[in-house]
Ligand binder design. Structure first.
Ligand SMILES: [Zn+2]
Length: 120
């Protein structure tokens, strides 16, 4: 195992993508962007975008190893996404500018914030 692939403290600095709920460390998002949404969110080498498009406040984490027949993938609607760890609920929303940009490309943004339903 190389040092880069092992987070120093797995419980710290983890963030979840607000668009697809992929969980990685802040550094990984800054280094590689989101494996699923980089073409839309442009987080690579952009700390501000990582802060805006990911959230440190998320609940539950599931590992998706096989995207084809995983019930988790179907449940989370992430069947086409990369293998990895995904949060069940992510608190926060993408910035309005990013949502507008997605809309322009014909992509519907569904907030991953399950907890918000309880407040309305
Ligand atoms: Zn993403």
């Amino acid at each position: 195992m190389s040092l880069e692939t092992v987070p120093k403290d797995p419980n710290r600095n983890l963030r979840a993508c607000l668009f697809c709920s992929l969980v990685k460390t802040f550094d990984q998002f800054e280094l590689d962007g989101c494996d699923n949404c980089e073409e839309h969110l442009h987080m690579k080498n952009n700390r501000d975008a990582v802060y805006d498009c990911t959230s440190a406040n998320f609940d539950g984490m599931v590992a998706m190893m096989s995207s084809e027949d995983s019930w988790v993938a179907k449940w989370q609607r992430i069947g086409r996404f990369v293998k990895g760890c995904y949060a069940l609920s992510v608190t926060g929303r993408l910035p309005p500018g990013v949502v507008r940009e997605l809309k322009r490309k014909g992509i519907m943004y569904r907030p991953r914030d399950v907890s918000q339903k309880l407040m309305t």
